[in-house]
Design a protein around this ligand. Structure first.
Ligand SMILES: [Cu+2]
Length: 68
C-alpha cells in the first residue's frame, strides 16, 4: 500500500466531503480515503498495482471538484 495526499478544491460542506470520499473509495485498489474540508485535501491509501494517481485525480474531477 502507498499513501498520498491530494489537494481538493471546490468543497464547501460535509456533502462534498462525502461525495469525494465515496468516489475515491469506489475505485478498485483504494483501501482508505480520508477527506478533510478544513484542509481541503484527501489522504488516500491505495494499491499502486491497481490504481494510479491519475485515476485518483480523475475520480475527483469527474465528481465536479478540482484535484491538485
Ligand atoms: Cu457541499
Amino acid at each position: 500500500m502507498e499513501n498520498t495526499t491530494i489537494k481538493v478544491g471546490g468543497m464547501s460542506c460535509g456533502g462534498c466531503v462525502k461525495s469525494v470520499t465515496g468516489v475515491l473509495q469506489g475505485l478498485p485498489g483504494v483501501a482508505k480515503a480520508e477527506v478533510s474540508l478544513e484542509r481541503g485535501e484527501a489522504r488516500v491509501e491505495f494499491d499502486p498495482a491497481q490504481v494510479g494517481l491519475e485515476a485518483l485525480r480523475g475520480a475527483i474531477t469527474d465528481a465536479g471538484f478540482e484535484a491538485g
